[in-house]
Design a protein around this ligand. Structure first.
Ligand code: PLP
Length: 451
C-alpha cells in the first residue's frame, strides 16, 4: 500500500504547478482542479499518490498495449544499457538491437514490407513520410508530385509537418499551420456528417472526396494520401464498410502513394498486426510508434514497402534522420515488447477473445439514455453522448458534457478520454474478462452520474 509519505500529493502538485508546462492542457483549469499524480502501473491498473486504483482504459495514450509494469521489458532495457546505451546507425555503423528489431518487424509486416526507417515518435515518423513521399516522386522524375492529401480532424502528430498533415483546426490556429502542399478532405464520420445517407452511401461519398481532390489538384501534383485506418484522437471514427474499398480503388487507379498511419492501430489494436490489414488495404508506407514498444521507451518508425524502398535507395543520400533513430535501448524495449505480443498471442487475443468479449458489452451501452451510438473495433471504442434519443443532435457548447463525463470517470476509477462529447477507450490487450466487466460497470456508473 502506498503511503502519503512516499508520494506526498501536495508536494508534487505544487512543484508541477510552478515548473511544468503540460502538453495539450489549459494550465489555468489544470491547476484549479489539482493534477492527479500517477505513481505506479501494473497490468491494466494505475495507482495514484493517494493510493487510489484506476483502470487504465486508454493504455496510457493508446500505447501500453502489453500492460504496465512488465518485468521482461525492464530486464531487456537494463541488459542493453549495460552493453551499449547509445550509438547511432549513421555513417556506416549499425548495432544488434537495430538489426534485430528491423528483422523482427519484417516478420510481422504484410508481404512486400521488408524495410524500416527508425525515429523517435509518431510525429517524427510523419515528418519522415512527408519527405520520403516527395523524394520518391522526385527520384522517379516527377518532382511536381508534392501535394499530400490528408483528412480534417485527423491526428498525425505535433511537429510542424505532423500537425500540418493532421486536420486539427485548433492546432493549425497556433503557429500558422498547415505548411504549403497539404490538402484536407472530409472524414468518414457517419454519426456527425452522414445526414440522411445510409452508412454505406456515406462511406462512398466520403471516399470520393479523395477522387474529387485529386481531380481538382491534378494527378501530376499529388504525392500521397495519408489516413489512420480508424481515426483515434479524432474520436475513434470507424469508417462505414464501403469507405476503404473505395479509397483502395482510387489509390490503385490514380498514381498516388497510400500512407496508412498505424501509430495507434499498428501492432495489434484492431486484432490484426496492422490496421490496413484489418481493412484489406495495401499501403505503400506505414508510420508507427506507440505499440512498437508499448510506450515503454520512445521509438517510432516508417515501415517502407519494397516499392518505395527501392526508389529511396536509388535516391543516393536520403538527407534525413535523428540522433535517436534506432536508439539501442529503445530498440531493445521494442524487441522485448514484440516478443511478448508474439509469445502471449496478444494480437490473436484481441481478435478472438477479449476484443469480442468487451465489444459485446460495450455495444449494450447504446441502450443508456445518454448514448446515441456505441462502436468498437478490436480494442478501440467510442460512445456518442447525445441530449435525446434517437438523435444525432449534439449538446450545445463545445464538449462540456464529455469533459464532465471524463471527470466522473476518472474519479470513479476509470480512464476514459473525451473528444468533445465523444467518449473513447482503448484498453491494454491483457485486460481480463473480469476487468472488462469492471470497465463496463464503471463506464455505466459514469454515464449515470453524467446524465
Ligand atoms: N499518428 C497518430 C495516428 C497518432 O495517434 C499520434 C499520436 O497520438 C501520432 C501520429 C503522433 O505520435 P507521437 O505523439 O508519438 O509523436
Amino acid at each position: 500500500m502506498l503511503t502519503h509519505n512516499k508520494y506526498p500529493t501536495e508536494h508534487y502538485r505544487a512543484l508541477d504547478a510552478a515548473h511544468h508546462l503540460h502538453p495539450f492542457s489549459d494550465t489555468r483549469s489544470l491547476n484549479a482542479g489539482g493534477v492527479r499524480v500517477i505513481v505506479k502501473g501494473e497490468g491494466v491498473w494505475l495507482t495514484d499518490s493517494d493510493g487510489n486504483r484506476i483502470l487504465d482504459g486508454m493504455s496510457g495514450l493508446w500505447c501500453v498495449n502489453i500492460g504496465h509494469g512488465r518485468r521482461e521489458i525492464a530486464e531487456a532495457v537494463q541488459q542493453q544499457m549495460a552493453e551499449i546505451s547509445y550509438y547511432n546507425t549513421f555513417f556506416k555503423t549499425t548495432h544488434p538491437p537495430a538489426v534485430e528489431l528491423a528483422a523482427l518487424i519484417a516478420e510481422v509486416t504484410p508481404e512486400g514490407f521488408n524495410r524500416v526507417f527508425f525515429c523517435g515518435s509518431g510525429s517524427e515518423a510523419n515528418d519522415t513520410i512527408l519527405r520520403m513521399a516527395r523524394t520518391y516522386w522526385a527520384t522517379l522524375g516527377k518532382p511536381s508530385k508534392q501535394v499530400i492529401i490528408a483528412r480534417r480532424n485527423a491526428y498525425h502528430g505535433s511537429t510542424v509537418a505532423g500537425a500540418s498533415l493532421g486536420g486539427m483546426a485548433p492546432m493549425h490556429a497556433q503557429g500558422g499551420l498547415p505548411i504549403p502542399g497539404i490538402r484536407h478532405i472530409g472524414q468518414p464520420y457517419w454519426f456527425d456528417h452522414g445526414g440522411d445517407l445510409s452508412p454505406a452511401e456515406f462511406g462512398l461519398k466520403a471516399a470520393r472526396e479523395l477522387e474529387a481532390a485529386i481531380d481538382e489538384i491534378g494527378e501530376d501534383k499529388v504525392a500521397a494520401f495519408i489516413a489512420e485506418p480508424i481515426q483515434g484522437a479524432g474520436g475513434v471514427i470507424i469508417p462505414p464498410d464501403t469507405y476503404w474499398p473505395e479509397v483502395a480503388r482510387i489509390c490503385r487507379e490514380r498514381d498516388i502513394l497510400f500512407v496508412s498511419d498505424e501509430v495507434i492501430c499498428g501492432f495489434g489494436r484492431l486484432g490484426s498486426w496492422f490496421g490496413a490489414e484489418h481493412f484489406g488495404m495495401k499501403p505503400d508506407l506505414m508510420p508507427v510508434a506507440k505499440g512498437l514498444s508499448s510506450g515503454y521507451l520512445p521509438i517510432g518508425g516508417v515501415l517502407v514497402s519494397d516499392k518505395v524502398a527501392g526508389v529511396i535507395e536509388d535516391t543516393g543520400e536520403f538527407n534525413h534522420g535523428f540522433t535517436y533513430s534506432a536508439h539501442p535501448v529503445c530498440a531493445a524495449a521494442a524487441i522485448a515488447n514484440l516478443k511478448v505480443l508474439r509469445e502471449e498471442k496478444l494480437v490473436e487475443r484481441v481478435r478472438d477473445d477479449i476484443g469480442p468479449y468487451l465489444r459485446e458489452r460495450w455495444m449494450k451501452l447504446a441502450d443508456h439514455p445518454l448514448v446515441g451510438e456505441a462502436r468498437m473495433t478490436g480494442l478501440m471504442g467510442a460512445l456518442e453522448l447525445v441530449p435525446a434519443k434517437p438523435s444525432h443532435r449534439r449538446f450545445a457548447g463545445d464538449g462540456s458534457i464529455g469533459l464532465r463525463c471524463r471527470e466522473h470517470s476518472f474519479r470513479n476509477g476509470l480512464v476514459m478520454r473525451h473528444v468533445h462529447d465523444t467518449m473513447v477507450i482503448a484498453p491494454p490487450f491483457v485486460l481480463s474478462h473480469e476487468e472488462a466487466d469492471e470497465l463496463i460497470r464503471l463506464a455505466t456508473l459514469t454515464l449515470d452520474m453524467t446524465h
